[in-house]
Design a binder for this molecule. Structure first.
Ligand code: ADP
Ligand code: MG
Length: 380
């Protein structure tokens, strides 16, 4: 995908060039599993695929929406956005941005023509939702001649997802899409939130194996992990688990009921591992980074119990594959995808071997996606 393709499509649909085109990337949760709502830290990678949004102002009222994912143009009246259902439900992402802007003291545009195009798989755990939110936000802000801070843009995106779309995501998705940089990871301290970037050696590659599995009780499982973390923090006398150091946890963790102790061990350990990975990246030590990724997965498997046999199998195979530094489940868990950090030498044929072994065992083929870091959201 590139800007000329988006502009051509926009012209074909709306009969004129867009006023602005914005692009925002998808993201990978690199390490820092379930740490966000515990006030912890997380490292994410913006990838080299994303969502493009083109817009042009209209003076005559309606807002017309189109996407490369569906046929047709949907016209909605300007004014307070109303939540859409069925085939129009994808517009809840840009509509959520329009609804969120006033909450940040920003103006929403009136009428416009809008086109979203993407080279990012949807619903694959790479946060196409954050990508369409952040790119829409940048396009709408350009249309209304407003330029708030990057942090505000990211928060507008999250607000749209939490309050309009109705998904209770943390700041990771939009934060990484907004603050990503090629050859760097985004570090977020969720307590601020504070955003920073850390250098990632240029030879590092990502391979995503998406199992397309999803635990039937996934929403309830997220809710119960969230509740267990809050209970553990309360029992330890802190506001959130990020306030517990590994040393304090070693002393006091055993006083917790066994399940709460394991959940807290995962969070406290993950936050420590995010710190270790940051340190190892500072020394370009991808081998040490890989060990921390493997340790993160092991902790998901045994302590947080948000892995599955499918994800464990992929991580196990990848641990013995050549040119792999490490692998872990990425995202919330209970199904979904595994991410491997590899050297450049890890080839398509190596990835296919992993997928074939998986297919033999589970009678299903995982999707394979090879990607590297890419730049964060911007007008293009
Ligand atoms: P993920 O964020 O992991 O990709 P989500 O279910 O959170 O999965 O978000 C996917 C949804 O985002 C899609 O079903 C669609 O409604 C919307 N979306 C993302 N990208 C686009 C796009 N280019 N055009 C239209 N809708 C999109
Ligand atoms: Mg999403």
């Amino acid at each position: 995908m590139n800007k000329p393709t988006v502009v051509d499509r926009f012209r074909a649909l709306f009969g004129r060039a867009p006023d602005f085109v914005a692009r925002a990337p998808g993201r990978i949760e690199f390490i820092g599993n379930h740490t966000d709502y515990n006030g912890g830290t997380v490292l994410g990678a913006a990838i080299d695929r994303g969502v493009w949004v083109a817009v042009a102002a209209r003076t005559d009222g309606p807002r017309r929406f189109a996407t490369d994912q569906r046929d047709g143009v949907l016209a909605l009246a300007a004014g307070a956005p109303e939540k859409q259902a069925g085939a129009a439900s994808w517009t809840n992402y840009p509509l959520g941005i329009l609804a969120a802007l006033p909450a940040f003291g920003l103006r929403a545009p009136g009428g416009f023509d809008y086109l979203a195009m993407s080279d990012l798989p949807l619903g694959a755990g790479l946060s196409s939702s954050a990508a369409i939110e952040v790119s829409s936000a940048l396009a709408f802000l350009a249309l209304t001649n407003q330029a708030p801070s990057r942090e505000t843009v990211v928060k507008v995106g999250r607000h749209a997802e939490n309050h309009f779309v109705g998904v209770p995501c943390g700041i990771l998705d939009q934060g990484v899409s907004g603050f990503g940089q090629k050859n760097r990871l985004v570090f977020i301290d969720c307590r601020g939130p504070h955003f920073d970037t850390v250098s990632l050696p240029a030879g590092a590659h990502f391979w995503i194996f998406n199992t397309h599995t999803k635990h039937a009780l996934i929403d309830g499982l997220y809710a119960s992990r969230h509740r267990e973390c809050m209970e553990a923090a309360k029992a330890l006398g802190v506001a959130q688990l990020a306030d517990v150091t590994p040393a304090v946890f070693a002393q006091r963790g055993t006083s917790l009921p066994a399940t709460l102790s394991r959940r807290a061990a995962h969070i406290v350990g993950e936050i420590a591992r995010v710190g270790e990975v940051r340190g190892a990246l500072g020394k370009d030590d991808l081998a040490a980074v890989g060990l921390a990724l493997n340790a993160s997965h092991a902790s998901s498997r045994t302590q947080f119990e948000n892995s599955t046999p499918e994800l464990d199998f992929l991580v196990e195979i990848l641990a013995t594959a050549p040119h792999v530094y490490g692998a872990r489940l990425t995202g919330g868990g209970f199904g979904g995808a595994v991410m491997a950090l590899t050297a450049e030498k890890f080839a398509e044929s190596d990835a296919r071997k992993v997928a074939e072994a998986y297919a033999q065992k589970f009678d299903a083929v995982p999707d394979i996606l090879h990607t590297q870091t890419g730049d964060g959201a911007a007008l293009v």
